[in-house]
Design a protein around this ligand. Structure first.
Ligand SMILES: Cc1ncc(COP(=O)(O)O)c(C=O)c1O
Length: 403
């Protein structure tokens, strides 16, 4: 059976060149980067090189990069670290209604410990409004955390404008207000430049960039003070204790280098295939709704609600035909919870439950899209024909099933 992987927002395959770069650091160059001898120095030099590449991907300085285990840890360190080190200046955090659970969960946990959290709405297009950020700012606000691009609908948030707003506040004397952005989905799919964005902290995860899972980074601007969450070692300038995962760090560095060098080509490739996919779906399938802003979004992602069907059903049907996609809905205790992100757009439960995320990768081909455009319309039609609601609305269903 042909297999087509359209779930690159969940994770990406590791690039062969990245494996080649990391392999020596799992075999003959196995040293601990903290050791004084030759093996240690070799590992240290490799970590430093990788750090420079990760920094270059986002236009940061190498000493502003904290290497850690991934996007979830980066978000935990950013939010908890800033909240705790600024607690004497205020305990108010502003975030958006559509953050990844790795930010949402930390905000909830801080709320349980006495911090106040304002969750900004995103409206039908899935975009935070700068006026809402301005209105939410309070004298005791210490952190604004809004993702750069959303993982379910791909919408790009106005981080640059929020950053400018925060700079204005600083110019008025507010020294303890920081901006964090989760760029896990954005990196490698759009230009990410911490100077342009005016952000103070930014989270990255290597496995969305064709590198292995379990490695990531937090950009921390030099002016930011952060309470470390992992203590018990001097690594990462005391900001994250633990022996460096040298092989994974080397892989991350190589993936960051490739992403930076190939960015324009990747974006053009992804956008062309995604646009072809969306045009094909629109021409072949009725009663669909595209979720999220049509222009302000990542080039690799398409989120579509199919009326009259459950996204989970479609996901399983496509999986049986070799096509991997995802839904935002979580199957919890036997009931399908509609995606909070799609609900935050003001969509009905029915549309939220019928949503599917198609996320392309740099290795997705034209033939992959042709295959999906062959299979998807039939899968949707078959499922709709099992739906009483659809049967009511379309009397002449070709694939009518007999009871
Ligand atoms: C926006 C966003 N933030 C954070 C994460 C978590 O990253 P990691 O899997 O590296 O912990 C993800 C992963 O799905 C994500 O999409």
């Amino acid at each position: 059976m042909r297999r087509v992987y359209l779930d690159n927002s969940a994770t990406t395959p590791v690039d062969r060149r990245v494996i080649d770069a990391m392999l020596p650091y799992l075999t003959e160059k196995f040293g601990n980067a903290s050791s004084v001898h030759f093996f240690g120095q070799e590992a240290r030099a490799a970590v430093d090189r990788a750090r420079r590449e990760v920094a270059a991907l986002i236009n940061a300085r190498p000493n502003e990069i904290v290497l850690l285990s991934g996007g979830t840890e980066a978000n935990n360190l950013a939010l908890r670290g800033v909240a705790e080190s600024n607690a004497q200046h205020g305990r108010h955090i502003i975030t958006s209604a559509i953050e990844h659970s790795a930010v949402r969960g930390v905000c909830d946990a801080l709320e349980g410990r006495g911090w106040e959290v304002t969750r900004l709405p995103v409206y039908e297009d899935g975009v935070v409004r700068i006026e809402d950020v301005r209105a939410a700012l309070r004298p005791d606000t210490v952190l604004v955390t809004v993702m750069l691009a959303n993982n379910e609908i791909g919408t790009i948030q106005p981080i640059m404008e929020i950053g400018q707003l925060i700079q204005e506040e600083r110019a008025r004397g507010r020294k303890h207000l920081w901006l964090h952005t989760d760029a896990v989905q954005a990196a490698g799919r759009m230009m990410v430049d911490v100077e342009n964005l005016n952000c103070d902290l930014l989270s990255l995860s290597a496995h969305k960039l064709n590198a292995p899972k379990g490695i990531g980074a937090l950009f921390v601007r030099r002016s930011v003070r952060l309470t470390p969450q992992n203590v018990g070692g001097h690594q990462e300038r005391e900001r994250r204790a633990g022996t460096e995962a040298v092989g994974s760090i080397v892989a991350f560095g190589e993936a960051a280098r490739l992403a930076r060098e190939e960015l324009d080509g990747r974006i053009a490739h992804l956008r062309a295939l995604r646009d072809r996919f969306e045009a094909g779906v629109t021409a072949r399938i009725s009663d669909i709704v595209f979720n999220g802003h049509r222009e302000r979004r990542l080039p690799h992602l398409s989120n579509i609600s199919f009326r009259f069907i459950e996204g989970e059903g479609l996901l399983i049907n496509l999986d049986m035909q070799g096509i991997a996609v995802s839904t935002g809905s979580a199957c919890s205790s036997g009931s399908l919870e509609p995606s909070p992100v799609i609900r935050a757009l003001g969509r009905s439960d029915e549309l939220a439950r019928g949503s599917i995320r198609f996320s392309l990768g740099k290795d997705t081909t034209d033939e992959d899209i042709t295959y999906v455009l062959e299979v998807l319309p039939r899968a949707v039609e078959n499922l709709r024909c099992l739906s009483p609601l659809y049967q009511q609305s379309v009397a002449n269903c070709e694939f009518q099933v007999s009871s």
